[in-house]
Structures are given as C-alpha cells and as structure tokens.
Design a protein around this ligand. Structure first.
Ligand SMILES: Nc1ncnc2c1ncn2[C@@H]1O[C@H](COP(=O)(O)OP(=O)(O)OP(=O)(O)O)[C@@H](O)[C@H]1O
Length: 405
C-alpha cells in the first residue's frame, strides 16, 4: 500500500538548536500512530512540520505531493491538527468554533451552507458536545474545550488527523473516549497521528508507535516492539518493567526505582493464591535477592515473580508438593536471611510449604486474615501455623511490611 505521508530527512532548527534531526517516516492510510517520547523530544514540532506551520529542511509529501507545493487551503483539506492546550481568547460559542473547521472549503466572505452546519452538528453529537453549543469556548473547562476542539478537527473532514496531546485535560472517561474515536476513524480509513504521553493508552489503541528522543526517531514498530524496558529506560531515564497484565490482557508498564545497595541480602517468600504479588514487588524495589515458592501452576503469584525476575519454584496444579520441590524450597529458605510467609489459604496441597517454613531462621508472617478463616485442612495446617507464629520475629498486617524491610 502507498504511504499517505512520507517524510524524508526532515531537519528543523530554532535559534541554531536542532529540534528535529533527520526524521524519516512513512505512514500508510488507516494507521493510528502514537508519537511518544519525553518532554521536548520534538513530537509537537514534527506535527507542526507535517501541517505546514513550520517550514523545515527536507521533504514532506502527502499522497505523493510535496506540501510546499500545496496552498494552505488545500493542505487544510488534507490535514487537520488539533493543537496542544489551545487557548481562544474570544468568547465564541462552541458551535461557531466547530464550524470554523469548515474554513478550507469556504471562499472569502462565503457563508457556511446547510451541509456545513450538518457536518458540524454531527461531530458535536459524536463528541458529546451538543449541550455546550451555546457556551463560550473561553468559559469552558479544559476538558470541555478539548472535546469541542476535537469536534472542530473532525469537521475539517480530512484524511489525515494530527492530535497533539488530545487527552491532556480530559478526565479518564474522555481520555479513553478520544482514543476510541481515533480508532474508529482509523478503521474508517482515516490516518491518525497522535502525540501522547500516556504509554498505556498508546499501547492499547495505537497500531504503531514511534518513539522520539532529542529530535530523533529512536524506535518505530508495534507497541510490543517499541515499549520495551530497554527503550523506556534509555529514553525516559527510568527503570521500567513492561509486561502483559494477566487481568486485562493489555500491555502494562511499571516504573520503579530499585535500591541497588541491598543485593547481597536474601529473602524467600512463601505465598500462593495471589497473596505474594505485593510482597514480591516491595522486596524487589528494595533491591534484595528474592526467591519464592512453592507456587502451583496457574497462580497469579507466578506472573508477579516473572515480572520482577524472581527465582521461583512451581508445582503441578492440584498435586501435593513433591520431595524434590520441598527440598529445593528448604534450600532457598536456608540461604535466605529472612523468610516471609504470606496470608495464603492453607490446604493439604500446600501444607508442606508451612513445614518448610519451620526451618526458617528468621520468619516474618503476614497475617491479614485469621488462620482459622483460611485453614481448609480441619486444623492440621492451623497447628503448624501456630507453631510458626510462636517463633516468628514479626506477625504483621500486609500494609506494614515496609516497616520490617
Ligand atoms: N518556539 C520555540 N522556541 C525555542 N525552542 C522551542 C520552540 N518550540 C519548541 N522548542 C524546543 O524544541 C524542542 C522540542 O519541542 P516540542 O514541543 O516539539 O517537544 P514535545 O516532544 O512535543 O514535548 P512535550 O511532550 O513537552 O509537548 C524543545 O526542546 C523545545 O524547548
């Protein structure tokens, strides 16, 4: 398929400072591309070059035609840009602002036709802004104004739509809504490029992400290809873990700061049934060496251990812990400075985890629920648990774990 947008060797400077550095990018019809990158990466500047607001060195073609050869009006029939934080000083009613989207199609002094009004109205309905039609644009909340401006952008009826931080002042419902609209538009064959800071929304809706830094494109591909821990760490200067959220099935990002000083201190975590996730995270953030187990296949604690790169032991589902895994668990416990027993359900299947915990030199028990309420062995596990309690260095609520780390 031909590219609807083709950018080659684009360079742009302001006051001798290189803002865009040799940008090359081709976008196909119907793509929904997220432009991501830290503040100052050059996203807005790139969108403005595409829209002809900034004249840069290099070439920008739309449908194979150089935009320098197009008049402002004919470019505005092809590309609409919704600016970041647009302020309008004059109290235009919303419906007039939306109608302004029709300007590329009107001759000098020509009034809008019935058809123009119809298009504007349809887009106000679509963006849930009809109720605001008589409200002054400069007296609206940031989010309301943003939605009216989005309706105006759509009213321009262009094949290419550029959105610069379209969700900046929107509440969570409308943040998602704008990107649902953007996805609908791309499914209808429109091409959408959106500068966006929210990486989770970018991953959820965009078919392709372009990561920029210092005026350059540093990665370009599917959300999975671009949103890697390495890319995010390199560009944003943070420690980031990128993983598939097992509950939502979506790409998720966890930004964190790890204390690098604690690597030689070992913790072992006994959990299960999703009770270990938060414990593993907190220990990971402290930078300790952490091992965990014995979990049973299918447990969400395994997903947590994998995200945090923690060594763990896993048994087949619905089986008791074998001697081999019991001994491996013991070996981890013996090497650990501290063993943490989570607030897990107690059954015949995992009773050997409690037996192993008896060997811990220093045991911390997390108790959010009384053991009687989660003992499914008729008291057998409860007996061991009570012995563990009497030797534990701390029995705490999970919200207080940080106090003993
Ligand atoms: N009018 C200007 N005069 C001087 N420098 C500018 C101007 N406009 C942009 N810049 C600089 O160009 C660089 C890129 O800015 P741009 O707004 O394109 O980045 P961005 O990726 O959109 O950032 P943000 O995510 O913060 O909106 C920044 O370093 C910015 O300071």
């Amino acid at each position: 398929m031909e590219s609807i947008i083709e950018i080659q060797n684009l360079n742009y400077e302001i006051n001798n400072k290189r803002i865009l550095d040799n940008i090359c990018l081709k976008v196909k019809e119907g793509e929904l591309v997220g432009l991501i990158g830290p503040n100052g990466a050059g996203k807005t500047t790139l969108l403005k070059c595409l829209n002809g607001i900034y004249k840069a060195e290099g070439t920008v073609k739309v449908n194979g035609v150089l935009i320098d050869r197009m008049s402002n009006k004919s470019l505005a029939e092809k590309i609409a840009l919704m600016h970041q934080n647009t302020q309008i000083g004059f109290p235009f009613p919303a419906k007039e602002v939306v109608l302004m989207g029709r300007y590329p199609y009107l001759k000098r002094m020509q009034r809008e036709s019935k058809e123009d009004f119809k298009i504007a109205r349809k887009n106000m309905e679509y963006t849930d802004t009809e109720k605001l039609e008589d409200c002054a644009i400069n007296e609206m909340s940031g989010g309301e104004r943003q939605r009216v401006l989005f309706a105006k952008t759509l009213t321009q009826q262009t094949d290419i739509i550029l959105l610069d931080e379209p969700t900046a002042s929107l509440d969570i419902t409308y943040q998602e809504q704008i990107f649902k609209y953007a996805r609908d538009l791309s499914e209808q064959g429109k091409t959408v490029l959106a500068a966006i800071h929210d990486l989770k929304i970018a991953a959820k809706y965009c078919t392709r992400l372009v990561l920029m830094n210092d005026g350059k494109i540093v990665s370009d591909g599917s959300p999975e290809e671009v949103l890697t821990s390495m890319n995010l760490s390199r560009v944003y200067g943070v420690n980031a873990l990128v993983y598939k959220n097992r509950i939502t099935g979506l790409l998720d990002i966890y930004i964190h700061k790890v204390n690098e000083k604690n690597k030689s201190v070992r913790f072992h975590v006994i959990g299960g049934g999703g009770t270990a996730g938060s414990v593993l995270r907190q220990l990971y953030e402290q930078g300790y060496y952490v091992s965990a187990g014995v979990f049973f296949q299918g447990d969400s604690d395994i997903a947590s251990a994998e995200v945090f790169g923690i060594d763990y032991l896993v048994e087949k589902p619905f089986s008791s812990i074998t001697d081999r895994l019991f001994n491996e668990n013991l070996a981890y416990i013996e090497k650990a400075h501290t063993t943490v027993l989570c607030n897990m359900p107690l059954g015949f299947q995992n009773i050997r985890n409690l037996e192993a915990a008896e060997q811990a030199e220093k045991l911390v028990i997390i108790e959010d629920d009384l053991p009687e309420t989660r003992d499914f062995t008729g008291g057998k596990a409860g007996e061991i648990y009570n012995r563990l309690k009497s030797k534990a260095v701390a029995v705490i609520n999970s919200s207080r774990l940080h106090e003993v780390l």
